[in-house]
Design a binder for this molecule. Structure first.
Ligand code: PBG
Length: 312
């Protein structure tokens, strides 16, 4: 049954198609800016004025937006993330004006906006969970007002999905969905992202809020709590080091699941390809196939544009 392509195709179980990819985009303040990210060859950050041209040529049908404020504009309140003219709100409007059919998902987290680089409000040497909830809810509402289709809270605060859901509903955005970074592990694979977003914690680490890498049961419990709080999508992140969690979550929920092939996974594949160690296209397609096979409906990947091209 594996002798010919036609026979193999009859029995193939996992399909990858361009409608399943979400492309992360890093948005800079100001104008006419485009900066390469050194640890992620081929990925750059762009200012809002560049987005309509980018949208015109975009092959991905969904994007995930991250604001990258200049260091001088960071503070201890995260207020700049909550405004109706924040970097991300402006980016949403630009993308929706250029290509309204593109699904726009936005990250709801404060680490890139905070001087200390933690995902929420810091009191003493720890993040204040409940004070952070109010800010995340305001951030998601500002994005919804600008036209976002979906909020993706990544701060790993307890109760963040419920807080965002009720704030969106109260503000008249019952149709704005929530993609919860439900099982987000404390991972070394976020390294290149933190370089790109200047969001590395300035003291301590994220062990106080992200899932310990060895805890599968805890990750599933966390994800199911988010479902209970009203999440429309669940996410497992990173993807390849956590395929067992993805498969187990698939068996335990009826919600769609996204998997995030994170910056470090991208950099590993890209470095191996640049070193001539693997065939880039084959290796990336295999990585996505494995993530889909484990149970992901959609895959967030920095390779989304290349994948759309390769798949035609
Ligand atoms: C913000 C956030 C991070 C990523 C997505 N949202 C970094 C972190 O938690 O430090 C990582 C994405 C990637 O590595 O591609 N909290």
């Amino acid at each position: 049954m594996r002798r010919t392509q036609a026979l193999r195709a009859l029995a193939s179980e996992t399909h990858i198609d361009p409608a399943k990819f979400i492309l992360p985009l890093f948005i800079l303040p100001g104008e006419k800016r485009e900066e390469q990210i050194p640890s992620m060859p081929g990925v750059s950050k762009v200012s809002v004025d560049k987005l309509s041209a980018l949208a015109e040529r975009l092959k991905s049908r969904a994007v995930l937006l991250f604001g990258v404020p200049d260091d001088k504009d960071k503070d201890d309140t995260g207020e700049s993330a909550l405004l109706d003219d924040s970097i991300v709100a402006s980016a949403i409007r630009a993308l929706k004006a250029a290509r309204p059919e593109i699904a726009v998902i936005t990250d709801a987290c404060l680490c890139a906006y905070m001087k200390h680089g933690h995902c929420g409000v810091v009191r003493g040497d720890a993040v204040d969970n409940d004070a952070t909830l109010r800010l995340l809810a305001r951030m998601a509402c500002a994005h919804a007002r600008a036209g976002a289709d979906m909020a993706a809270p990544s701060a790993m605060m307890d109760g963040q999905v419920a807080a965002i859901r009720s704030a969106l509903d109260d503000a008249g955005f019952a149709d704005t969905a929530i993609m919860s970074y439900a099982a987000k592990f404390k991972s070394a694979f976020y390294g290149p992202f933190r370089d790109a977003a200047h969001s590395a914690p300035q003291f301590g680490d994220r062990a106080g809020y992200q899932v310990p890498p060895g805890n599968r049961r805890e990750a599933i419990r966390d994800a199911l709590l988010d479902e209970h709080e009203g999440a429309d999508w669940l996410m497992v992140k990173p993807a390849m080091p956590y395929l067992d969690v993805l498969a187990e979550l698939r068996a335990n929920t009826r919600l769609p699941i996204a998997a995030y092939q994170v910056s470090g996974e991208y950099s590993m594949l890209k470095s191996a390809a640049l070193a001539g160690a693997v065939d880039e296209r084959a290796a990336v397609l295999e990585s996505i196939t494995s993530i889909r096979r484990a149970g992901a409906d959609a895959v967030i990947t920095y390779y989304a544009e290349e994948l759309c091209e390769w798949l035609g």
